[in-house]
Design a protein around this ligand. Structure first.
Ligand code: ATP
Length: 316
């Protein structure tokens, strides 16, 4: 029997691009179940990731060394040295693919820093996709996701996007086969960030006390709600084990959630480790109305509307 033969899919004959621009979304967690602390210092997670239409953009151009510049959210505060996840992602890809890590990288940031929206992880995912195209390494999304897992728990999801179940420390992702449906969100951005490790430590502290918050069930109800495509049903199923800890560290978040409820949100929750809060609306018009009300309440630094799910890091 002859083996099936497929045309060679590699791009070696195609000239490499001189520049690649990649757009990458923020993530929220529709369900964030935090399990016990593991021996390696991470908590065991069961989460439903959801990519929403707030984007950062990473552009990679040819260069003789590896450099990073930026504009937008966090410019002036975010270190652009070897500690930056963008530089770490470029080096990790170059090491794996055995190429020189030469590129001029530029970040246009609109995802707030330390906001619980995984902006840093998003930038790392965008860099992997951009440099893979710039250098012609053509590793493909699954191999990029494997490199991503070493960079951070949320990075593999942001390579893929959509809506996905995350297990382990969040790095093991599998898509959730929700029928195509667009969900509408209002995003309330706070002044200043919250440190993710601090929020996990606060949850451990609260759980060690007599009235510690009860952990969420598995994500079964949330998965069923996604399939129903009814925003009121999804609203009732949203949950985040880190919310109590984020509010404990930043009590003003309770006022933001209350302002969203008064403004007519179907549900509101802290995004990941916070301090960003997200609110579910029934449709695009409701989201615009809710955003205007929330803005009037004056409890957020900035209010934006977004929808999801959207694709992960992609060239534009
Ligand atoms: P997490 O992914 O831990 O939930 P977050 O969404 O709350 O984080 P991020 O903006 O992703 O917050 O980043 C958290 C920290 O990561 C920042 O305070 C910063 O020190 C570091 N960091 C490194 N590279 C980046 C980057 N490109 N963008 C943002 N933060 C970065």
């Amino acid at each position: 029997m002859t083996e099936a033969w497929w045309p060679d899919d590699d791009d070696t004959d195609r000239p490499l691009p001189s520049s690649v621009r990649v757009r990458v979304p923020a993530k929220i967690n529709l369900h964030l179940g935090v399990g016990p602390l593991r021996a390696d210092g991470f908590h065991e997670l069961r989460t439903i990731y959801h990519a929403i239409s707030l984007y950062d953009e990473v552009t990679a151009r040819r260069g003789d060394t590896l450099t990073l510049t930026m504009e937008g959210e966090g410019a002036g505060d975010l270190a652009l040295d070897e500690s930056n996840l963008i530089i770490r992602a470029a080096r990790a890809l170059a090491d794996t693919a055995k190429v020189a890590a030469h590129a001029r990288l530029h970040l246009r940031k609109s995802i707030p820093l330390a906001g619980g929206l995984a902006g840093g992880s998003a930038d790392a995912a965008a860099t992997l996709v951009a440099c893979d195209a710039l250098w012609g390494t053509n590793l493909g999304r699954d191999e990029l996701a494997r490199i991503a897992a070493d960079l951070g728990s949320d990075v593999p999801f942001l390579v893929h996007g959509g809506t996905a179940l995350g297990t382990g420390r969040g790095e093991a992702v599998s898509p959730v086969l929700a029928r195509a449906h667009v969900w509408h969100w209002v995003v309330g951005i706070a002044d200043g960030g919250l440190s993710t490790p601090d929020v996990y430590r606060e949850l451990d502290r609260l759980r060690s006390g007599p009235d510690g918050p009860a952990p969420l069930d598995d994500a079964g109800e949330l998965m069923a709600a996604l399939r129903q495509r009814d925003p009121a049903v999804l609203a009732a199923a949203l949950g985040n084990d880190l919310q109590a800890a984020a509010i404990s560290l930043r009590p003003a978040l309770a006022e933001v959630l209350e302002a969203g409820r008064v403004a007519g949100a179907l549900a509101g929750l802290v995004s990941g480790s916070g301090p960003t809060c997200v609110f579910l609306a029934a449709g695009a018009e409701d989201a615009a109305r809710l955003a205007a009300e929330l803005e009037k309440a004056g409890v957020c630094r900035e209010v934006r509307v977004a929808h999801g799910p959207v694709l992960g890091a992609r060239s534009v």
